[in-house]
Design a protein around this ligand. Structure first.
Ligand SMILES: [Zn+2]
Length: 133
C-alpha cells in the first residue's frame, strides 16, 4: 500500500468517455410486443433505451479494438485511446517503440471510421501523472 505515482504517456485521441456510448432501444421484457407503452403481461416498459458501448469499446478491459483506452483521473470522464506508454518504475530504462505517432494516427482514423469521433485537433502525445493511494 502507500502512495504511488508515475508518468503516463498516451499517443492517441482525447475523448469524453460518454462519446464511446450510444443509445440502443430494446424490448423491455420477453412478452409479445404490443403497441402499448407498457406490457399488459408484466407492466414493464415495452421498449427501453440502454446506453451501450459503441462497437469495439470494451470498458471492462479498457480497450478500443486494438488500442489502449486510458482514463486520466478518478473524477474526470476524459479518456484517451491509442498507444499507452507508462507504468515505468523510476529506475526502468525508457522504452523504444516500434511505431510512430503518424502510424497510430492512421490506424486510429481507420478504426474510428463511421463513428464520427476522429478529430485531428484531439490527437496528440498526452502526458499526465497517474496516482494511486
Ligand atoms: Zn412483459
Amino acid at each position: 500500500m502507500g502512495y504511488n505515482a508515475y508518468a503516463c504517456v498516451v499517443v492517441g485521441l482525447q475523448l469524453k468517455e460518454r462519446q464511446l456510448y450510444h443509445d440502443v432501444s430494446r424490448r423491455g421484457c420477453d412478452h409479445r410486443e404490443t403497441s402499448f407503452a407498457y406490457c399488459p403481461g408484466c407492466g414493464k416498459a415495452t421498449r427501453e433505451t440502454y446506453s451501450d458501448p459503441i462497437e469495439g469499446y470494451e470498458p471492462d478491459d479498457l480497450r478500443f479494438k486494438d488500442f489502449d483506452a486510458v482514463m486520466s483521473g478518478q473524477e474526470s470522464d476524459t479518456i484517451y485511446i491509442g498507444r499507452e506508454l507508462c507504468r515505468l518504475g523510476s529506475r526502468d530504462d525508457a522504452q523504444r517503440v516500434s511505431w510512430t505517432p503518424e502510424d497510430v494516427a492512421a490506424e486510429l482514423q481507420c478504426a474510428l471510421r463511421g463513428t464520427g469521433l476522429w478529430a485531428p485537433e484531439k490527437f496528440s502525445v498526452w502526458v499526465f501523472l497517474y496516482e494511486s493511494y
